[in-house]
Design a protein. Structure first.
Lengths: 311, 311
């Protein structure tokens, strides 16, 4: 008996991107897929319900992109290495959380904060791009750890969410600050112990002289730099010496082996109401391009995802 | 009986410096000192035999200098806190070594390389400003550790010393390289595990994309930046993420407690002939200004010091 063939819409990259990506760089294509797996193989055919949109995807649009995470963006995907999949152990929680707080963004926040930033109770923590999928969890984990937490974001609405929804001690709209250095001095009169770096550029340059002795800068991403052909430099890296600062990059790939521990801990916090989640959910694969491109103009409020099919 | 009074020549800073310091910024002054200590005090009067000249001293010439190492530059110094002095346990070695390889520069190299860089046998190590007091020891410690070691310096003579005297595997004259990135690719076709950073600026920018996975950048100093009113930025810090690079500053002050262990180990290497020393010795306190300023135009070959009085 022949397996059913169905149409399979997907979003592909039409051309390599330099500068800021636009919706014209992506294309919605319609293919056909047989709802079957090769006989005798361990492959599985997956019907995708949600697609995650993340800043790191910008890198995959460049011609000389570095090895990065993989993710198909289509209605159906044949998974040929199912051992690479993660089991969902908490189906009682919203499934969409597994694209964010319980998925790669969540593990990024968890690993980066605990393993790289190495926080201590009472530390002064600053998070840029703080309302995003990673930032919002880092901030809440920092509060749970007993840190003083300040975030920056690009709109008053986001700043309000940081303070009211995620429990940040303070937050500011970087677009409204004439002088980022002054904003940081106002929020951190005693300096910053941990900077969770998501943006780079001018923010990093402002943060460096405001770091405290033995401070840590955890470099998760630098979204301000991804679309620049000539990236900015931080002109005051010499601060690293006198203040004995450790600045360290990391990739969530290295932490996949710790997923179960992470999932249990975060699922627990979610059920206890200790962690809140803000998602920005678009509807339909036709809207993936808009949602993904919107990340770079900071249109999203919280974790950006797209519903491809309903559960 | 009254203590003898003698003249005490010293070098002082005449004015705060912006940009490149010149000999006009320093002044030789002649004072008078009583060769006695206050009755009942633990103070000691020291006749200085050698004065060390180090790049970090540039920072102390700036108006808004950060807390840094202290050192008087004069013929006689009253030391009011003798407990801060280090005992010389190996007087059989040249006393001048205690300004360099057995002094602060040596401890800087030792602590920075072993405690911050955390080398492993077989690591690819790059050292900038490699013929200087710190660099020359880092390179030799790296060779003792079983690393592959390349250094950069600013003259063919220095490059030759690196290869023939200090046993570096390779070295290059950065002033003769049109493209620092190409020079690093030639010397490190498989990339760099450890960069011992003494210069900053364009060299750091060239090093970043040549780092290997899990590389370490130990930030000891950034001499190329000290005289710039508008320091350069490294435009490619995003390399830290994909390659999981740790970039960390340190100060030798934090390692004074490990001095004895360091002194024993290095004194042993010196006696076994496993470590060579190149010093650039000027004569007389009248020549301190020239020697110190010469550091910033890279006139010195090896550790710069000045003999103030003969033993």
């Amino acid at each position: 008996m022949a397996a059913a063939e169905v149409s399979n819409k997907g979003v592909i990259l039409k051309q390599f991107v330099t500068g800021c990506p636009t919706e014209d760089d992506l294309e919605l294509v319609t293919g056909v897929v047989r709802l079957a797996v090769p006989p005798g193989s361990a492959s599985v055919m997956v019907k995708n319900l949600y697609v995650s949109c993340d800043p790191y995807m910008r890198n995959r649009m460049s011609e000389h992109n570095e090895a990065s995470y993989m993710s198909g963006c289509e209605e159906y995907t044949l998974i040929t290495d199912p051992e690479s999949l993660f089991k969902i152990n908490h189906p009682e929680l919203p499934l969409s959380y597994y694209t964010g707080v319980l998925g790669m963004a969540g593990l990024t926040a968890y690993a980066g904060f605990f393993d790289v930033s190495k926080p201590k109770q009472g530390d002064y923590v600053f998070i840029s791009s703080a309302s995003g999928a990673v930032g919002q969890l880092v901030g809440q984990l920092a509060k749970i750890t007993g840190c003083y937490v300040v975030g920056s974001a690009g709109s008053d609405e986001k700043v309000n969410i940081l303070k009211t929804k995620f429990g940040f001690d303070d937050a500011f709209n970087y677009k409204k600050e004439e002088d980022l250095n002054a904003a940081l001095k106002r929020c951190f009169p005693r300096g910053i112990d941990i900077y969770f770096e998501n943006v780079g550029g001018a923010m990093l340059a402002a943060v460096l002289p405001n770091m405290r002795m033995n401070g840590r800068i955890t470099v998760c991403g630098m979204i301000s730099q991804y679309n620049l052909e000539q990236p900015n430099g931080a002109p005051n890296l010499f601060c690293l010496v006198a203040k004995r600062i450790r600045m360290e990059g990391f990739m969530v790939l290295d932490y996949f082996g710790t997923y179960n521990k992470f999932e249990e801990e975060i699922a627990g916090y979610l059920k206890e109401g200790k962690i809140s989640v803000v998602e920005d959910v678009a509807e339909g694969i036709e809207n993936v391009s808009t949602a993904l491109i919107g990340l770079f103009s900071r249109h999203n409020i919280g974790k950006q995802l797209v519903t491809i099919a309903h559960e």
